[in-house]
Design a protein around this ligand. Structure first.
Ligand SMILES: *[C@@H]1O[C@H](CO)[C@@H](O)[C@H](O)[C@H]1NC(C)=O
Ligand SMILES: *[C@@H]1O[C@H](CO)[C@@H](O)[C@H](O)[C@H]1NC(C)=O
Ligand SMILES: *[C@@H]1O[C@H](CO)[C@@H](O)[C@H](O)[C@H]1NC(C)=O
Ligand SMILES: *[C@@H]1O[C@H](CO)[C@@H](O)[C@H](O)[C@H]1NC(C)=O
Ligand SMILES: *[C@@H]1O[C@H](CO)[C@@H](O)[C@H](O)[C@H]1NC(C)=O
Ligand SMILES: *[C@@H]1O[C@H](CO)[C@@H](O)[C@H](O)[C@H]1NC(C)=O
Length: 444
């Protein structure tokens, strides 16, 4: 059969809705077997992966480029393919900008999106990806979104850490903690913690306090924390703050108020805790407990550095604003892991069905239901991405043992399962502060 006839048959089969999925799969096999050898070995199929990032997220930009470079072209059933970037840099805190970025991605045409948005603009991202049935991976957390309802198209790379907080409280046997939070998300996290604790939550007293972003409530709050009748009373304080910057601000406020002595024990409820500057705390005797998702001494991280020139990629991707941090930060690691998940998913998809994407790729362009791109945000009617469901379910089935963030597997709602959170502590050790491994929480 000539390639042209094959293509015609393929289109006919694709458009012929009377074929059942099973028959279609069988027919493909039959049609393909004899001509496999004729497939042009030099043709490289590019699978476009969208990325929406803030221009400030330099390290995530770098790890994305580095990941694309390292995931060399692959072959599945004589299809030579590789992942290709379609990037949009925009203010990820602004829903309007996010909307425009995602519409441009949809128009260009991508098979899957990686979106690092903020909590405020996430609903916009969710509603577009759900309507167009476009799978999306995010380094964000599933904790605050309606994950349980069906038909969502998001996959969350960041594991939920409520279980780890619960383990920390149990480990130390605390019955009274302060909970400092800097945005509404904090209260939702606290609620999840109570749900996890179940009946045990009756034995834990929590004093939750809000710290406003402009520091206006700070002096009142610090006074409250310090005003305990017993100055020697130990204060256990959980700090729930979204970004590295806002967490650092809280720690600086506490340090300014000299709340760095041995009467304080802080738990930083964030995977960014390792990236904080906590010098003052260790030196004056306060305990600081933090969470980590990356295995710093693991094989995955070693492989990451050995794969190529990370240093070069980091500098090259820095844009105008100067180079990003040296140390690999956890969100950048999650972007890298996302690419590996996507790569594994497409390998699997093309292994199972070599023509799975054929009708959606013509001359290097993405097509959905016969039109270029995935969709148009201004159109009266949304045509969902025909391959969306299949790609999404393949992504959720991916299982990788050696991700930078450890074992990677998802449940049916796209949340991480079977992952490990490392719990570390700053301790005063012969005049030197040292970060020490404390225990780990195998969660999910
Ligand atoms: C809040 O306090 C911190 C720590 O002293 C400081 O770094 C930050 O600039 C302050 N923020 C505002 C908005 O005043
Ligand atoms: C913190 O300690 C320093 C030096 O011991 C002192 O000068 C400063 O006034 C203290 N700050 C507060 C808020 O108590
Ligand atoms: C800090 O850690 C040490 C050693 O684990 C412990 O003895 C001390 O009570 C802790 N401090 C607080 C305020 O919990
Ligand atoms: C992202 O990385 C690429 C190359 O690695 C660089 O050319 C580009 O300027 C970076 N974008 C931003 C916004 O930093
Ligand atoms: C796909 O396009 C055809 C016409 O080309 C149209 O009849 C059909 O409704 C479209 N499918 C969807 C889901 O909109
Ligand atoms: C959980 O992860 C470990 C590796 O961390 C792996 O050996 C094990 O098979 C996984 N279990 C399941 C049920 O996926």
């Amino acid at each position: 059969m000539s390639p042209r006839r094959l293509a015609a048959a393929a289109t006919a089969a694709a458009d012929g809705r009377m074929l059942t999925a099973l028959c279609a799969a069988l027919c493909w096999r039959v049609l393909l077997q004899p001509v496999r050898a004729q497939v042009d070995a030099t043709a490289l199929v590019r699978i476009p992966v969208g990325l929406i990032l803030s221009p400030d997220s330099r390290q995530m930009n770098a790890s994305f480029r580095y990941g694309l470079r390292n995931l060399a072209p692959s072959s599945s059933w004589q299809t030579h393919w590789r992942l290709d970037a379609v990037t949009e840099f925009t203010d990820t805190g602004n829903s309007f900008d996010i909307e425009r970025a995602i519409c441009r991605e949809l128009e260009t045409g991508i098979f899957v999106l990686i979106g690092a948005t903020q909590t405020s603009s996430f609903p916009t991202m969710q509603s577009y990806t759900d309507s167009f049935q476009l799978p999306m991976l995010t380094p964000g957390s599933p904790a605050h979104h309606s994950v349980e309802e069906q038909d969502h198209y998001q996959v969350y790379m960041r594991p939920d850490y409520s279980t780890a907080l619960y383990d920390i409280i149990r480990y130390y046997g605390w019955d009274y903690v302060y909970y400092l939070y800097t945005c509404d998300e904090g209260l939702l996290n606290l609620e999840r913690l109570f749900i996890l604790m179940g009946p045990r939550s009756n034995t834990l007293n929590v004093a939750a306090r809000f710290l406003s972003p402009d520091n206006s409530t700070a002096s009142q709050l610090l006074k409250y924390l310090n005003d305990a009748d017993d100055k020697m009373a130990l204060r256990r304080i959980i700090i729930d703050s979204r970004s590295l910057e806002s967490t650092q601000r809280v720690m600086d406020l506490l340090a300014d108020a000299n709340m760095t002595t041995k009467y304080y024990h802080y738990v930083i409820a964030s995977f960014a805790s390792e990236e904080l500057n906590l010098q003052k705390f260790g030196h004056e005797g306060a305990n600081v407990t933090g969470l980590r998702i990356l295995e710093r001494s693991g094989r995955a991280l070693r492989d990451f550095y050995n794969k190529g020139d990370w240093e070069g990629a980091r500098q090259e991707s820095s844009g105008r604003g100067g180079a990003s941090q040296h140390k690999l930060m956890y969100e950048a690691a999650l972007i890298y892991d996302s690419l590996r998940v996507i790569h594994a998913a497409f390998s699997r998809l093309l292994e199972a069905s070599p023509t799975a994407l054929k009708r959606h790729l013509r001359r290097g362009e993405v097509y959905n239901n016969g039109s270029r791109g995935i969709g148009n945000c201004d159109a009266d009617r949304v045509v969902p991405f025909e391959a969306g469901n299949r790609i999404l379910s393949t992504i959720k089935q991916v299982s990788l043992e050696n991700g930078l963030s450890g074992n990677i597997a998802f449940d049916e709602h796209g949340r991480r399962v079977n992952y490990t959170i490392y719990i570390w502590e700053y301790t005063l050790n012969r005049e030197k502060t040292k970060q020490q491994f404390k225990f780990k929480c195998v969660c999910g």
